[in-house]
Ligand binder design. Structure first.
Ligand code: PEP
Length: 260
């Protein structure tokens, strides 16, 4: 019998958006979210500068908001950085850490991602820790080794109690923004592996939400979210259209999980 965990769908806007367009998108999502099943939690991670706008337009709605990164430093002379405490000032519920675009383009190491996770937790913001393998790594059979090492680096610096408060997103790099999603079997296999790794940290950690990300669209979301260890999604491109994002959220009802 599979334990029923509530579902979570979070949008990652990346570096998209302008004030006027954001307002329409945020209002559309907030309004549409009222009709979603009660067991589906929803969030959107916006560029830092739009956190205040998200707070103003989503406050009081069912939709949480968050950032796409936080600094590894608490405060200080780090020009251009944004601290987790600053993000918390805007009541952010989530902060993505370790997205593959940051690992690839900003040289973020597993250890740095681990510190960022700690910073988010210390500020009372739920970190969404991203892990994922490149195509080359998958084809050489190294997927579990890669995602296992990325997750272990984070778990190594957290207590069991802290680890139980994170969210993990499996995002195969080859599936992000490519239109090529992992198959449900590929995704479920890695999620089951990550679930076991989390469970090894402690009984309380076994049930942290495990999101799948990588070309999730309204037409493939339900099948992915039905898998026993997929608790929802981290949604890039499709989170920029209220209708598509809401359709994906609607597909994430816990009642749809299959026994694993
Ligand atoms: C992402 O960037 O987190 C992501 C999953 O992107 P997309 O849905 O566009 O593949």
């Amino acid at each position: 019998m599979t334990k029923q965990r509530s579902k979570l769908v979070v949008g990652n806007w990346k570096m998209h958006g302008r004030l006027a367009a954001n307002a329409a998108l945020l209002e559309g999502v907030a309004q549409g979210a009222q009709a979603l099943p009660a067991d589906v939690r929803v969030g959107v991670c916006v560029p830092f500068v739009y956190l205040a706008q998200a707070q103003a337009l989503l406050g009081g709605s069912r939709v949480a908001w968050g950032s796409q990164d936080v600094s590894a430093h608490e405060q200080g002379a780090y020009t251009g950085e944004v601290a987790a405490g600053m993000v918390a000032d805007f009541e952010a519920g989530f902060a993505i850490v370790g997205h593959s675009e940051r690992r690839a383009y900003h040289g973020e190491s597993p250890e740095l991602v681990a510190v960022k996770t700690q910073r988010a937790l210390a500020a009372g913001v739920t970190p969404i820790v991203c892990v994922g393998e490149t195509l080359e790594e998958r084809e050489s059979g190294a997927t579990e080794q890669v995602v296992g090492a990325q997750l272990d680096a984070v778990l190594a610096v957290l207590s069991e109690q802290e680890a139980a408060q994170i969210v993990v997103a499996y995002e195969p790099v080859w599936a992000i923004g490519t239109g090529r999603s992992a198959t449900t079997q590929q995704a479920q296999q890695v999620h089951a592996f990550l679930r076991a790794r989390l469970a090894a940290k402690g009984a309380n950690v076994a049930d942290v939400p495990l999101l799948y990300g990588g070309s999730v669209k309204p037409d493939n979301a339900a099948e992915l979210f039905r898998q026993a260890d997929i608790d929802g999604g981290l949604i890039g491109g499709a989170s920029l259209k209220a209708q598509d994002f809401l359709a994906i959220c609607a597909a994430a009802t816990a009642g749809a999980s299959v026994a694993g």
